[in-house]
Design a protein around this ligand. Structure first.
Ligand SMILES: [Zn+2]
Ligand SMILES: [Zn+2]
Length: 333
């Protein structure tokens, strides 16, 4: 089964569930854990069956519920290294901790934790293994509290979780341009132009179905256009109406940022892409990340409809709008 469910899309939170075969991936965790689970249930998705979380970039509308959700489910989180570093920095602003200091702290905490068990010492491991050991031993400690020594262990781990807001059960790195496999789903991450540390979009492929996520981009560079070829579904940004943004409530500096080449795609830019560069092959085109201050769903829809006119049919280019406040009906292939 292949299924694509947008739980939320917009500047107040982004989350999508991609299902392929037996694997379920949460793309971004920009809602609180509680709201995320509520919406999953509304969309007939069971949160307990999620296998992994993958992150596009570290802006809060994409990561707000990340730590709590990953810890609650005990599942790995996939980041680029740059995004992970930025996220860690974002969570530790007062301590002014650098990434290497954070890694060092993780290692020394692993040493302290292991000293209380019979696990191998940190000296036996290389740095990456030490980091993984740190994460794994914490997860196990967090789960097993049936016996006395483990109870003490568990308390230690809990304390550490509280102390380190960036603690995650498991972290996996990927790089833009290098495909990776998560269970039954193959993932192709690609760079997008946006004002974040190392932002990416994705093409997910399962059972021959290709689904693209491309939001939060200032313009459509050639690499993104290439990635969006031959997809069966695309979630594409249609952030603002240029006139509404120009006349809208944002301060000039913010308007400049949104309009810049590392900001967001306007209805007009999306329409230009759909009209002149898009290959017309997707069954579903979903418009997403619509601004609530500088756009109206009808404006985004009309603009894309015009661009797709002549291409829409029962078999291709069905146009949908992803909203901020409720999940979109799951799309099944
Ligand atoms: Zn965003
Ligand atoms: Zn962003």
């Amino acid at each position: 089964m292949v299924r694509f469910t947008v739980l939320a899309s917009g500047s107040k939170g982004n989350c999508t569930v991609v299902t392929g075969g037996k694997t379920r991936i949460l793309v971004d965790a920009g809602l609180s854990c509680r709201e995320l689970f509520r919406r999953m249930r509304l969309a007939d998705e069971d949160p307990a069956t999620l296998d992994a979380i993958i992150i596009t970039h570290e802006h809060s509308d994409h990561v707000a519920g990340l730590a709590v959700t990953a810890r609650k489910l005990g599942i790995p989180v996939y980041f680029t290294e740059g995004t992970h570093r930025a996220w860690v920095r974002w969570l530790s602003p007062r301590r002014q901790m650098t990434y290497s200091q954070w890694l060092e702290q993780c290692r020394s905490q692993a040493v302290a934790l292991m000293a209380e068990t019979d696990a191998p010492t940190i000296e036996d491991c290389d740095p990456e293994e030490a980091e993984a050991a740190c994460e794994e031993s914490d997860l196990e400690a967090g789960r097993d509290n049936s016996e006395q020594p483990e109870q003490a262990h568990s308390k230690k781990a809990k304390k550490k979780e509280q102390k380190d807001p960036a603690w995650l059960p498991r972290v996996e790195y990927f790089q833009a341009g290098e495909s990776l496999q998560i269970g039954d789903i193959s993932v192709s991450p690609f760079t997008i132009p946006h004002d974040a540390a190392d932002p990416v979009g994705f093409v997910f492929q399962a059972e021959g179905v290709r689904m693209a996520v491309a939001t939060d981009l200032g313009y459509m560079p050639p690499n993104v256009k290439a990635q969006l070829k031959r997809v069966d579904l695309m979630l594409l940004e249609s952030n603002h109406d240029l006139e509404m943004l120009r006349d809208g409530p944002y301060p000039w500096s913010v308007k400049q940022r949104v309009l810049s080449r590392v900001g967001h795609l306007s209805n007009e830019a999306t329409a230009t892409y759909l009209e002149s560069e898009y290959d017309g092959q997707a069954t579903y085109v979903i418009l997403g990340h619509l601004s609530e201050s500088n756009n109206l769903p009808e404006l985004a829809r009309i603009s894309a409809e015009r661009a797709l006119s002549g291409r829409a049919s029962l078999l291709a280019n069905r146009l949908l709008l992803a909203g901020q406040h409720q999940p979109l009906e799951p799309i099944l292939f």
